[in-house]
Design a protein around this ligand. Structure first.
Ligand SMILES: [Zn+2]
Length: 288
């Protein structure tokens, strides 16, 4: 009798458990080591915590991003920073050895991106929009867009098996208005992981505490100690929702949207799979 009750209990509890889902495969593509973190770092942490696979790739080695050093010396430092950031986010990281400031949407780079997406068996691919101040960002966007659809074509890069389905391609948010402003379709509340996002970004010390403050004339404001640096970076890069992103948060979080202090948002690229609401909830399980 005890055995029967135990069996019934096990059957009932098994039925109550959610079906074992296959982990999602998320690929974030940036031009420089530190781009993926800023674009989708918070959402990446949420995916990784839920057991999904996230990979960041940087299409250049970042060897131009400093005022006092450059070339191989800087590329080496930035590779180390990227690997540390990957650990802090719980994601894989790959840095391509293309020169910073010289990324072009060549066939060679296009095939590299196609192979990356296929090998990762990506469900979602995230990258910048093609309207951006930095040519490397624009060319990264073109390379990502050009991979949409071609990832399923067997005769393109035939050495790497094609995907059976076109992934969902998403643009990360930006502030640029011409020719069209960023249009948020998906917005993610990252409040619970915002500190971790900043901690991960801070791994790129050569950028956030040297280079970027230097370009904006704020190098003298950077403190020496770690805690003060993290606090400052949080203030400089707050992920505060803009009005359109706040409106988008309402769509996904209802009345709770007003309480969100930090968010990341994404625009669906027209060239990849076009997800309906149910599919978006499957791909972004943190919305559930
Ligand atoms: Zn960049």
């Amino acid at each position: 009798m005890k055995k029967l009750l135990l069996s019934l209990y096990l059957v009932c509890t098994t039925l109550l458990l959610p079906a074992q889902e296959t982990p999602l495969n998320i690929l974030v593509i940036g031009a420089h080591p530190d781009d993926c973190e800023a674009d989708a770092g918070g959402t990446a942490i949420l995916w990784a915590r839920m057991g999904h696979r996230v990979k960041f790739i940087s299409l250049t080695n970042g060897d131009a991003g400093h005022y006092a050093m450059g070339g191989g010396e800087l590329a080496k430092i930035r590779m180390g920073e990227a690997m540390e950031a990957g650990k802090r986010y719980g994601v894989e990281y790959r840095v391509y050895d293309n020169h910073d400031g010289e990324l072009m949407p060549t066939l060679e780079n296009s095939l590299k991106v196609i192979r990356e997406i296929r090998k990762w068996n990506a469900d979602v691919v995230i990258g910048p929009r093609p309207n951006d101040y930095h040519p490397d960002h624009r060319n990264t966007a073109i390379l990502m867009q050009d991979a949409a659809y071609l990832v399923i074509v067997p005769n393109v890069a035939p050495d790497t098996p094609p995907l059976k389905k076109n992934p969902v391609f998403l643009y990360a948010s930006d502030r640029f208005q011409k020719p069209t402003p960023f249009e948020p379709h998906i917005a993610i509340n990252i409040d619970e992981v915002f500190e971790q996002k900043i901690y991960g970004m801070a791994a790129h010390a050569s950028q956030h505490f040297d280079w970027l403050p230097w370009t904006s004339g704020r190098l003298d404001q950077v403190p020496e100690d770690e805690a003060s640096r993290l606090e400052l970076l949080g203030k400089w890069r707050p992920s505060t929702p803009t009005e359109p992103i706040r409106e988008c948060l309402k769509k996904w979080y209802g009345d709770q949207a007003g309480d969100v202090s930090h968010a990341e948002a994404f625009e669906i690229c027209e060239y990849g799979k076009q997800p309906d609401k149910q599919e978006i909830l499957r791909l972004f399980p943190m919305l559930d």
